[in-house]
Design a protein around this ligand. Structure first.
Ligand SMILES: [Zn+2]
Length: 128
C-alpha cells in the first residue's frame, strides 16, 4: 500500500466519504448500492477487499442519533406531554432521515480511516 501513495495525492477520509468516493484517489465510487461496496475503484483500481467497517458505523449512529432523539423525546414529554401517537409521528421519520445518510457517511469514513492507517485484522505471530 505504501507504493500506492506515491502516485495519488492523499484524499481526506471524511471528504471522500461524504461524497461516497474512493479513500485513495477521492474520485472513483466507493459504494455500488446504498451500503454495498464496489469491488474496486473505477478510477485508480484500488481493491476494496481490505475494507471491513464491521458494526462500527451502526454503533456510532445508534449512539449519536439515539442521544439526540431520546433527548428531544424526553424534553417534549416533560414539557408538553403529548399523546403517544405524536411521538411516533415525530420520531420515527426523524430517526430514518438522520440515521440512513449518516450510516453511509460513517461507513465511508471508517473505510477511509482504515485505508489511511493501514488497519487490518490482528494476526497471531507464532514465531515460525
Ligand atoms: Zn480510487
Amino acid at each position: 500500500m505504501a507504493e500506492d501513495r506515491a502516485h495519488y495525492a492523499e484524499a481526506d477520509p471524511v471528504k471522500a466519504a461524504t461524497r461516497g468516493r474512493c479513500p485513495r484517489c477521492g474520485e472513483g465510487r466507493l459504494f455500488a448500492g446504498f451500503l454495498r461496496l464496489e469491488p474496486r475503484c473505477s478510477a485508480c483500481g484500488l481493491d476494496y477487499e481490505f475494507a471491513d467497517s464491521g458494526d462500527g458505523p451502526a454503533v456510532f449512529v445508534i449512539l449519536l442519533i439515539g442521544f439526540i432523539v431520546c433527548g428531544l423525546a424526553l424534553w417534549l414529554e416533560v414539557s408538553v406531554g403529548p399523546p403517544l401517537w405524536v411521538h411516533f409521528v415525530l420520531w420515527v421519520p426523524l430517526i430514518l432521515v438522520l440515521c440512513l445518510p449518516l450510516l453511509r457517511v460513517l461507513k465511508g469514513t471508517m473505510i477511509g480511516v482504515q485505508y489511511k492507517n493501514h488497519a487490518a485484522e490482528a494476526r497471531i505471530d507464532d514465531g515460525k
